[in-house]
Design a protein around this ligand. Sequence first.
Ligand code: MG
Length: 383
Amino acid sequence: MRAEAVTNPEVLGRSVEGIADWHYQFDHMNPLCTDLRYRGQASRFQPPWGEVMCVVTTNSGVWGLGMGSLAGVTAPLINDYLAPMLSGEPIEDRERLWEMMTVACGSHFGASGVASYAISAVDLALWDAAGKLADKPVYELLGTTDPQPVRCYATGSDLEWFGELGFEAFKLACPWGPDTTAAIDQLVDLVGNGRELVGPSADLMLDCWAVQSVEHAISIGEAVRAFDIEWIEDMIYPEDWDGYSQVRSALPDHRLAAGERWYTDLPFLRAIEYGWVDVLQPDPLWVGGVTPCRRIANAAATAGYDLALHCGANDSYGQHLSAALSGNLWAEMYIGCSRGSPLMNSYRATPGMNLPLKGMLQPSDAPGFGIELSLSDIERATA
Ligand SMILES: [Mg+2]
């Protein structure tokens, strides 16, 4: 087995320039905006690295492709540390290999954050190769032979356009920084207008982008109570573990969601143990790949918690997992392009993937994850 990390975002089918512009539009992407000294400085805190692609090659020549982020650090982490560690191991042992990578990273420098992005790319490549070797789609390797269409919701602010695209469920992104009364008033207007636009029966969620203080998060929950929000997501700093309990206690009637910025299965197990949220949202490209998603899904199903993969409709990886994992309620389509653009220009779309039709998604049935890139495509795009 050979894992090779290469960097180039173009083959992901996404416009890097467009994504960057989109992120810089809103101060809420600034994780330090609660401090007045850093307001309006979102670009100062944006990671400067592009996307990573990881190719795993087996002895028989069959190969798999994993994708991820933060290439400036994840590419050397894969090539210098994870690839030599895994070389010669059988890819059938993916559970053990994931634990090997996670325990090794965790023992030396931490398995969360950047390490988790690197492990994700390797694990996804291993599953892609395993599917191609078995000539089966990954959802079938996960035990689902006849995947049913998955309900999708669209995330963003242009709900009118999302409705025209056939979506019937929506998630608004809270576009203001925390800790001002004005932001609460504006948020009430935003959510109220959104509810009016989509009608009383459509599912409408609210994403707070994980920058709120506990106090502000609780204020938000109280302020939007009248609008029948399906769930409120990422209300506080991702690792404010005590904060989750405080928000949960203060807002017992709201459905709460979190998990896109949690890494490995451990925070999800703690969330289940302490009842922090109702909906768990691991991201396959960030949490560590297919393997921890399956572990989280199994634990959630056993404990009666819901699963809604972060960006589950946005790429081939999330699509297979959204269709295969038990308890997954929704696939999220994060619309990262402007009105009128083809959805294949959206956030991290992969060539060969299906797009939602009338708000429902059916993953490709091609072997592996069905990503339509040849080795020469990858080589050319990443040279
Ligand atoms: Mg989110």
